[in-house]
Design a protein around this ligand. Structure first.
Ligand SMILES: [Mn+2]
Length: 195
């Protein structure tokens, strides 16, 4: 699924549960998105992972790239930790690399990739409203996607928060379009084992 704001994955995640399988969510985002509600909206763009956590078929949530300010409350983070979400902040990734996050992906996991493009650094993806410095590189995000396909199986993916209106010289469009194309290639080549 490509486009729209970060509320769009909520019905996608819900629909995936209809398969009867259980899923690992690998969220790549500058924001943790665990708000109970925002401006009176419980199914909006800041509540995606909390809503996911309430779904029977979502077993595990791995969150990579968090560093934005003003989106989540301390209590949201505490609730996420209590639920069992595993966090690897933008700083964690730059300091320790991707491996600790990759190791959270279980062998054979059915994975739903939730990619908010603001996870990437604004220098390569300025085409979004949630820009935050200290973001991931193109290859860091692609390596995570490859690792998901390698360790488990990518069952679904979304790319959200793409805003061409605020792009700079087409840089973000180039980054995101290349990432989407590469991800399609990764999915086409992954092992076809059904979970
Ligand atoms: Mn975000």
């Amino acid at each position: 699924m490509i486009g729209g704001d970060d509320s769009i994955p909520i019905p996608m995640l819900d629909a995936m549960g209809d398969t009867g399988k259980s899923y690992t969510v690998l969220q790549v985002d500058a924001h943790i998105d665990w708000r109970e509600s925002h401006m009176g909206e419980t199914h909006g763009l800041s509540s995606t992972m909390r809503r996911a956590s309430e779904m029977d078929r979502i077993e595990k949530i791995i969150q990579v790239g968090a560093r934005g300010i003003g989106s989540g409350h301390s209590s949201d983070h505490e609730d996420a930790i209590a639920w069992g979400a595993k966090f690897f902040t933008g700083l964690d990734i730059h300091r320790y690399g991707l491996q600790p996050a990759i190791e959270q992906i279980g062998s054979g996991d059915e994975i739903i990739l939730c990619i908010d493009i603001d996870a990437m650094d604004p220098s390569i993806a300025p085409n979004t409203i949630g820009c935050a410095p200290g973001g991931l590189s193109y290859y860091q995000v692609l390596e995570l996607i490859c690792a998901a396909a390698d360790r488990g199986r990518i069952a679904a993916v979304d790319f959200v928060e793409i805003m061409p209106e605020v792009d700079i010289d087409g840089i973000g469009g180039l980054t995101v379009s290349r990432l989407v194309a590469a991800t399609m290639g990764v999915i086409a080549r992954q092992k076809l084992t059904e979970g």
